[in-house]
Structure formats: structure tokens, C-alpha cells
Design a protein around this ligand. Structure first.
Ligand SMILES: NC(=O)c1ccc[n+]([C@@H]2O[C@H](COP(=O)([O-])OP(=O)(O)OC[C@H]3O[C@@H](n4cnc5c(N)ncnc54)[C@H](OP(=O)(O)O)[C@@H]3O)[C@@H](O)[C@H]2O)c1
Length: 314
């Protein structure tokens, strides 16, 4: 299956309003016409009155798009191992429900998180359900999300015993969240097992764009989080800014290019065509090894980094 080298995450969080839908269609079109063909969503995205809306929207955008590369679009969704999903059939049913919202088969189905940290037995049945979806030809590929290296190896063994390859693993990875790679070693294991590593929240929810400061915080939970992170991230942001100015790129482009240089596929969220256009500008060039090392050093010095996903396993 053809996943692009870059992607757009469609989480519908942090300020989404239905009035943004036509802008989001534009974002979708812009991505594909620039070679970005992997789109990530999840069956848990969009809660309350927006239940399932992210998948519904992606499906709508996909059907409406008629330009180049249409055949290469890869719709990736994540199925949540909710506590009430206990059997393999519940996962097959969840996959079918997502496909219905998307209006077509899922290309890449991913386990949204591992249950290793709180109910380690639950996920084995559910992984069988993902493998069933693959065997029944209902999905083209299977991926994981929020797995550490140790658990990844266990799941790899289980699925390969059934002849089901794991194509991708997504983890929270950015200059402010290097933990999955530096501490858990997921990149080495992915390389060894032939799994592509997807970097989610590659802009650390927007901090790495450089547009936020203690005097200019986003509303809500994100503002509270940024307030805690911004002062510790000062020298990292200064380093990003300096490289961006030297390169005549934006800080977002440098932050995303750093992810690419690390051999990952970043999936930044973009709320409007301007952001998408800017993020697409992270493609087609590469930071030099010295610049990557400079960013690595600055990232390693940050004392308070982004909080890890509570479901991230070891
Ligand atoms: N597997 C998982 O558990 C998991 C968890 C989280 C996310 N994800 C995936 O990763 C995707 C992206 O993550 P994310 O949205 O959490 O974080 P992100 O990509 O790090 O940050 C996205 C936010 O940054 C701002 N932004 C993006 N591009 C910008 C630009 N060029 N200039 C200025 N601001 C810009 C926008 O917010 P503002 O304009 O409001 O600042 C945007 O919503 C999600 O959509 C989802 O598909 C997966």
C-alpha cells in the first residue's frame, strides 16, 4: 500500500468548529496536490455532538477530491481499545463502523493505544480483531500507536505468527517529546522489523511554531500546558528560530524537517490552508547534519518536556 512521505492529522481538537469544514476540505486538497497522501484520524476523534465527525469529514473530502494522486490517498484510522471492546469481533465491528463513516474501506487500521499499562490482557483479543480485518481484505494494512519497543516486539511476534505485517507505529515525537526514541528505543526496533515510524504532534501542539509566548497563550487546556513548558523551552525555541532565519524557513518547517531527518513521518495538524501550505514547505529540502545535532543538543537540555501519553507503553 502506498503511504506518502508525509501526512496530515485530522484530530478535530483544540478549537475545531463545524464552520471550518470548507477550509479543511481545502487543506485536504492542498495536501494531495502537493504529494501528501496519508491522512490520519481515529474513531475516538470528535466527542459529544462531534462524535465520529473526523472520519465522516475525511470520507467526504476523499470523495469530493478529483485531482492528481487520488488513487494514492491513504486513509488511516485508529480504533480505540475502549474498556467495552473485549472481543476480536468488537474490533471487527469497530473497523466496519469506521469504514461506514469514511464511506469506503480503511487503508491503514491502527490500534490506538496499548492496554499494557492498565489491563494487559485486553489487547490480545483486539489485535486478533485487527488481524481479522486484514485477513478478510477489509483493510490494506495494520499499524500501532503508543507502543514502546518491548510491547511492540511482543505484538510483532503475535501478528507475524498469523502472517500479518505491522506497517507503522505512531508515537508522540517532536523536539519537545523525544522520549519514545531516546528512552524507549522505538526507532531502532522499527528499523529492525521494517516498520515505518509516524511522529504525531510533531509541532508539540503548536509550541514549536514559535507563535506562542507567556503573553500569548492559546485558550483552555493547551494554554495551561504551554504556560508550564514555555520557559523551559526558551533556548530550544531560540535555536529553532536561529536555524529557521538562516535557512529562510519557518520554525514549523524546521521542526517538521527535523522529524523527517530522524527518519520519521510527521503528521502535523493544520487548521487552515495557510498552516497546511507552510507545513508542506517542510518538504523538498533537508537540514544539515550539524543543524540536526544543534537541535538535538538544545532538545536534550530542556528540563520540562511534553507530558507523555498516559497510554504509551514501554
Ligand atoms: N496516536 C495518538 O494517540 C495521537 C495523539 C495525538 C495526535 N495524533 C495525531 O497527530 C496529529 C497532529 O497532532 P496534533 O494536532 O496533536 O499536534 P501538532 O501537529 O503538533 O500541532 C497542531 C497545531 O499546531 C498549530 N499549527 C499547525 N501548523 C501550524 C503552522 N504552520 N503555523 C502555525 N500554527 C500551526 C495548529 O493549532 P493552532 O493554530 O490552534 O495553534 C494545529 O492545530 C493529530 O491530528 C492526530 O492525527 C495522534
Amino acid at each position: 500500500m502506498g503511504c506518502g512521505t508525509w501526512a496530515w492529522g485530522n484530530r478535530l481538537l483544540w478549537g475545531y468548529e463545524p464552520s471550518m469544514d470548507s477550509q479543511l476540505q481545502e487543506v485536504f486538497n492542498l495536501c494531495i496536490s502537493n504529494g501528501v497522501t496519508l491522512f490520519d484520524t481515529g474513531d475516538s476523534y470528535g466527542t459529544g455532538r462531534l462524535n465520529g465527525r473526523s472520519e465522516i469529514l475525511l470520507g467526504k473530502f476523499d470523495r469530493a477530491y478529483q485531482g492528481i494522486d487520488k488513487e494514492n490517498i491513504c486513509l488511516a484510522t485508529k480504533l480505540a481499545p475502549y474498556p467495552w471492546r473485549l472481543t476480536r469481533n468488537s474490533m471487527v465491528a469497530a473497523g466496519k463502523a469506521s469504514a461506514q463513516r469514511l464511506g469506503r474501506n480503511i487503508d491503514l487500521v491502527q490500534m490506538h493505544w496499548s492496554t499494557a499499562n492498565y489491563f494487559p490482557w485486553q489487547e490480545w483479543q483486539l489485535l486478533d480483531g485487527l488481524a481479522d480485518l486484514y485477513e478478510q481484505g477489509l483493510v490494506k494494512g495494520v499499524g500501532l500507536s503508543n507502543y514502546g519497543a518491548k510491547r511492540l516486539r511482543q505484538v510483532y511476534k503475535k501478528l507475524s505468527d498469523r502472517g500479518v505485517p505491522i506497517l507503522t507505529l505512531q508515537v508522540q515525537y517532536s523536539l519537545l517529546s523525544t522520549y519514545p526514541v531516546t528512552e524507549l528505543g522505538v526507532k531502532d526496533v522499527c528499523d529492525e522489523l521494517g516498520i515505518k515510524l509516524i511522529a504525531y504532534s510533531p509541532l508539540c501542539l503548536g509550541i514549536l511554531t514559535g507563535k506562542y509566548s507567556p503573553d500569548n497563550l492559546p485558550r483552555g487546556l493547551r494554554g495551561l500546558l504551554f504556560k508550564q513548558l514555555l520557559s523551559g523551552a526558551k533556548s530550544l525555541l531560540a535555536c529553532l528560530r536561529e536555524i529557521a532565519q538562516f535557512r529562510q524557513k519557518t520554525m514549523s518547517q524546521v521542526a517538521l524537517n527535523w522529524c523527517i531527518c530522524k527518519g520519521t513521518i510527521p503528521i502535523p495538524g493544520a487548521k487552515n490552508p495557510e498552516q497546511a501550505k507552510q507545513n508542506i514547505g517542510a518538504l523538498g529540502w533537508q537540514l544539515e547534519a550539524g543543524e540536526v545535532a544543534q537541535l538535538d543538543r538544545a532538545a536534550a537540555k530542556v528540563d520540562k518536556t511534553m507530558v507523555q501519553n498516559i497510554f504509551q507503553s514501554k
